[in-house]
Design a protein around this ligand. Structure first.
Ligand code: FES
Length: 166
């Protein structure tokens, strides 16, 4: 439950707004972080917290592209393949990345760690090839740097996993 997992953050978010309804969008980010996407449970919990109808929350989540409506990998990689980036190899980089991870466009690796999609201009054309990972920019990439990052993220994800107890 968001209420328990993020009690302090929720209180801070509400403190910023005179009206609970204004906190819907930041709370949707928390729900997305917690569930990996804006799940039906997340929508209901945000609605309850903001004292609005779940359909209002759902319509906001559906309108903005930064909210994930379906589950994605822990690392959601959005590669810009728009023309200025494509001119310096972003298309090839995107396909090499898919091949390296062994997935199709928009697919997620079987371990649930990586989802790869291509997107239009992210306004970092002079630093291509580039992508955003969970909305953070990673720029001036090549496959060598990308492989190192993937290994780093794999190691971080492994370190976050609870011990198996055996
Ligand atoms: S075209 Fe890729 S960031 Fe602008």
């Amino acid at each position: 439950m968001l209420k328990e997992a993020y009690a302090e953050q929720i209180a801070k978010i509400f403190a910023k707004y005179p009206d609970k309804r204004s906190a819907i969008m930041p709370l949707l980010y928390l729900a997305q972080e917690h569930y990996g996407y804006v799940s039906p449970e997340g929508i209901n919990e945000v609605a309850e917290l903001c004292e609005v109808d779940p359909t209002q929350v759902k319509s906001i989540a559906g309108f903005y592209t930064m909210y994930r409506e379906t589950p994605k990998g822990k690392y959601w990689l959005q590669v810009c393949t728009d023309l200025p980036c494509a001119l310096v190899g972003a298309e090839q980089f995107y396909h090499d990345l898919l091949e390296y991870l062994g997935i199709q466009e928009g697919g997620t690796t079987p371990d649930g760690l990586f989802t790869v999609e291509h997107v239009m201009c992210l306004a970092a054309c002079d630093r291509a090839p580039m992508l955003q990972c969970n909305f953070r920019y990673v720029e001036n990439l090549d496959m060598e740097k990308m492989k190192a990052l993937i290994e780093q993220w794999r190691a971080e994800a492994k370190a976050e996993m609870p011990a198996s107890g055996d």
